[in-house]
Write a protein that binds this ligand. Structure first.
Ligand SMILES: [Ca+2]
Ligand SMILES: [Ca+2]
Ligand SMILES: [Ca+2]
Ligand SMILES: [Ca+2]
Length: 261
């Protein structure tokens, strides 16, 4: 004959088997059985596949944990670094929210849900997060216009950063908005110079624009523009912006005086 019994907790039990014969004689046998938890917890994450997220987005992941005896702790790890520990009785222990800031590199990261049962057995399951930079480089304060003389060298500098971009930013300068030097139909996109700062000079007078484009690791581009007035240098047949402004002011005074007469 067979008897099936299960125990909810680990224990040690003494079992006595007694057999009684038809004639009343009996015999007994003792056996000690150790009841132990020998199976890992069951850990499941809701959803599957790689989660695509941008910097600053909340990553919220939930899961389910169960065990044949009982769960002692539930842990959440990001890139194998322990972020949160809960006991099984904590509400919300199987829901986790994390924001990836610029201290994380763009690319693949992991979020792991790990459960430990009352006998110290562990199981874990991992979700994969693909983190991307969705913001172009940020342009800081810069001088929006300036005056140069023909032949005068000047260092143009870009005050730009991108906290989420790991590699160096790529700078491309177009120093003359009047000339389409690569003949592609756009006079503002020519690669006249490269790098965070470039020394440049002009050999023709007149106003023009400098356009600097900056690309980050994710291929996102920001640009800024500087107005440059190039003077011929032989004063008398040219005037800089300030002289032009004084002349306008003088003309106004004349107009006002005429109005008073
Ligand atoms: Ca177990
Ligand atoms: Ca960015
Ligand atoms: Ca062009
Ligand atoms: Ca150009």
């Amino acid at each position: 004959s067979t008897v099936n019994i299960s125990w909810p907790n680990p224990t040690s039990v003494d079992i006595r088997l007694t057999v009684v014969a038809i004639d009343g004689r009996s015999a007994s046998l003792w056996q000690t059985i150790e009841i132990a938890d020998i199976s890992n917890p069951v850990v499941i994450l809701d959803g599957d596949g790689i989660l695509e997220r941008s910097y600053g987005d909340d990553v919220t992941i939930s899961g389910h944990v169960s065990d044949n005896w009982g769960i002692a702790t539930i842990e959440w790890l990001v890139d194998d670094v322990l972020i949160r520990t809960n006991s099984d009785s904590d509400e919300g222990a199987t829901a986790f929210s994390h924001t990836f800031n610029s201290s994380y590199a763009a690319g693949t990261h992991t979020v792991t849900l790990r459960a430990t049962d009352n006998s110290g057995r562990q199981a874990e399951v991992t979700a994969t997060i693909s983190l991307r930079d969705s913001t172009p480089p940020v342009i800081g304060i810069y001088q929006k216009e300036g005056t140069l003389e023909i032949g005068e060298t000047f260092r143009f500098e870009a005050n730009v950063n991108d906290a989420e971009s790991e590699g160096p930013l790529v700078f491309s300068w177009d120093f003359d908005g009047n000339v389409d030097s690569d003949s592609d139909g756009d006079p503002r996109n020519d690669d006249d110079g490269f790098g965070e700062s470039v020394v440049w000079s002009y050999n023709a007078s007149g106003p023009t624009t400098v356009v600097c484009q900056i690309m980050n690791d994710a291929g996102l581009v920001a640009e800024f523009e500087v107005l440059v007035n190039v003077l011929s240098g032989s004063e008398g047949d040219s005037m800089d912006l300030m002289q032009l402004g004084l002349m306008v002011a003088g003309a106004l005074v004349v107009v006002i005086m005429i109005g008073l007469l």
